[in-house]
Design a protein around this ligand. Sequence first.
Ligand SMILES: NC(=O)c1ccc[n+]([C@@H]2O[C@H](COP(=O)([O-])OP(=O)(O)OC[C@H]3O[C@@H](n4cnc5c(N)ncnc54)[C@H](O)[C@@H]3O)[C@@H](O)[C@H]2O)c1
Length: 274
Amino acid sequence: MNSPKKAIVITGGAGGIGQACARAFKGEQLIITDYSQEQVAKVVEQLASEGYSATGIACDITDKEDVDRLKDHVSKHGGLKALVHTAGVSGTVKDTKKVYTIDLIGSEILVDAFHELATEGTVAVLLSSMMAHTVPTNEALDAALRDPQGTGSFETVNQFVKGDSDLMYNHAKRGVLLLVEKNADKWGAKGARIVAVSPGVIETPMALKAAEEHPERMEMIRQATPLKRHGKPEEVAGVVRFLISDAAGYITGTDILVDGGVVHNIKKMGQAVA
Ligand SMILES: NC(=O)c1ccc[n+]([C@@H]2O[C@H](COP(=O)([O-])OP(=O)(O)OC[C@H]3O[C@@H](n4cnc5c(N)ncnc54)[C@H](O)[C@@H]3O)[C@@H](O)[C@H]2O)c1
């Protein structure tokens, strides 16, 4: 009997980019996970009706027991081919602690847990954001971001962002870039890779919510984008697919911007946008 196919795990699998990533992997064994069991079941059923092979399990990525249950599920379903970590919240969540906990601490919990499942050829792709690239580098800030679960880490970062949840989002996403950098050796020792993808504005429920809150800011970003449009979830999924493939076998510890080229113009304007 053939051994079961290793799985591609998609966190935030009920979200816009998560679902587009799932659909980029026809023929693969998918594990869809998200916060709500109801949402997960709906997505798994929909994917099955479209001919995908998927199972699902709910998991709050900030809860270590939930993440352990997710790990068990992966082990029972053939082991880990890749982790595509898209779960996250934007600054529209007006709670800097929540943004930090979900976007950065949750990412670290997952990366640590999934490192145990990683074997030769495993790939982890973490969703950061182009906004991570707008955060000015600062030694004390980066030290706190590199150790998000450490004592005083949140308080230090919260001082830098002055309690602004949009700025906290940008900083937490810089933390994701540092997490990738920090883990490259550890994953590399297993022959495994870890990479970040930094999208610009991508038309998903998350972006639509931000657009409702800051319509003028979204239009300003569109105008400043060399391609004069926002991105589509499929355009992120295509890059994720490439990063997981053997064609990207020498890419690790780094980040790919998928932002229509806008981040350079945003940095030139020196404006804080979410
Ligand atoms: N859409 C954009 O414009 C954009 C731009 C830059 C970066 N990103 C990043 O890409 C990723 C995906 O974004 P999206 O647009 O698909 O967002 P989305 O809101 O459509 O999906 C995010 C998913 O994450 C899930 N989630 C949130 N908290 C969770 C938790 N604690 N545990 C488990 N699941 C949780 C949500 O339920 C949701 O289904 C995010 O990390 C986001 O920050 C998105």
